[in-house]
Design a protein around this ligand. Sequence first.
Ligand code: GH3
Ligand code: MG
Ligand code: MG
Length: 547
Amino acid sequence: MRRRTPQTFMTFTGFSLAPTWRQHRYGIFAVLAFALVTALAAWEAYSVTRQHAIERLEQGSSRRLDRFSTLLLAPTNRFTYLPHLLANDRLMREVLERPGDAALQRQANEALGRLQRSTGATTLYLLDAAGTGIAASNWRDKVSFVGTNYAFRPYYSRALQDGGAQFFAMGITSRTPGLFLSQVIKAAGTNEVLGVAVVKAELTMPDMADYEGSIAVTDAGGVAFLSSRSDWQYRPLAALTPSDGASVERTRQYEGVLRAPLNLHVERELADATLVALDEGDRTEHFLMQRRPVPGTEWHANLLLPLDDIEAMALRAATLTAGAIGLVVLALLSVWQLRVRHGERERARAELEGAHAALARQHEELKSLSDVLRIQSSTDSLTGLYNRRYFMDIAGRLMGTARRHGEPLTLLLVDADHFKRVNDQHGHPVGDDVLRMLGQVLREETREGDVAARYGGEEFIVALPHTSAAAALIVAERIRERVACERVAIAGATVGITVSLGIAQCAPGQADVQEIIRQADLALYEAKHAGRNRVMTHAQHTAAEPG
Ligand code: GH3
Ligand code: MG
Ligand code: MG
């Protein structure tokens, strides 16, 4: 039988862990190793997925950003010739040369108005050498540029310095943003500055329908003056430097609209992009930021792509990896468990079969032992005939059968004559041989169905069913004669013996075995008395002489 330690077993998904320290240690080690491998794999899956997604995003966005930069200025490019046109116009020169001439000024205003209507520019105007508005396409409007000094505006100062400029700003008078294109006007044939021609054009965000993410167009100082996100508009991406701040102040570039900088900080620099975090009070957004200069300007187009989806995707990959590893480990565990259980079952079955076989063997042994005992208990060991106890048992039953069927039953009592002498003269072992010879004769001279037994000492008894006393007499005589002829070998000689027999037939209705044995004994006594080696039948007292 299998022995189990009498300790409490900790059961985990069906298999038992004996709580010894060694097993605990292996268990803890296995769990830690599994956790470590899973964590490493999940981290690898997370970083690889994130890395690939960011690279894909970077490649895709790069092209879009280039396209955006070219598209941005396309609508205003058609106005770049206008300041030149004005600078070379005779009427414009004359107005600047004769500042007091009201009729000329009116002509110029009307000409600028016509040109504005035909080109679609926002405003066209003329500044004198000191930067004051002389004529403007909006001269009729309540807020006209005429009479206002714009000398502090960079499009004026840069035109004087470089000949022309492009400047994005909030309109000081109109309060609308726009791109200011300027061109210096000089007196014909000389280097004398007469004034500056300015065209203000509307600059809007190109259609962002195709763009993933958000775009901010920043000026040289880093202020997002155009953005697809209204909450970023007019906010520096980072705090302005003192000089940029002073310049914005001085030029009144973002007159009244400049707002607090975005709290954008770099998390990691990549090859062609930056990973940035934008803290907005209670929440932080993560972006992949790409930056391109806008050709022909000091501006930059900044594309910010949200990383939330990528984070989610990378986390999903990590979870899936961990889950897959978990499943594989579970599958391996259950296969292992199945094998362990199968092994246990097989062992248990083999043990059970062994126990069965042992039991069957024991059963067989017990059976044969009981057979031996049964035979031993019913048999006389010296002669091999039945013993007295068994005979009495059988005789009772035979008498019952005979009585029920009204059939005869006769008993023979056989006694060796002067047997004591055999013992005395030749020794006990020879006496035993003689007894064995008598047993053999009785076996051979009786029929099947007859029961011969050793009744005690040198006395034998035979029950003859279906046999009358007369018929038994024949059997008795045959036995007596046969014994008289038999010889038992001793050293250098032989020994013979005779027997006397008493016959008694069961009377109808007789039920007592002892009684009929007593009658046979009486007959035997008669035979002894009459000289031995003879047969006597009870009641009839018939003697048979030796023949
Ligand atoms: P009788 O003719 O009157 O029967 O004389 P007997 O000598 O045969 O009778 P008795 O009863 O005087 O002696 C029987 C002897 O049988 C005595 C006993 O020692 C012997 N005997 C009894 N059982 C055995 C046995 O198993 N083996 C041997 N060798 N002798 C036995
Ligand atoms: Mg005797
Ligand atoms: Mg005797």
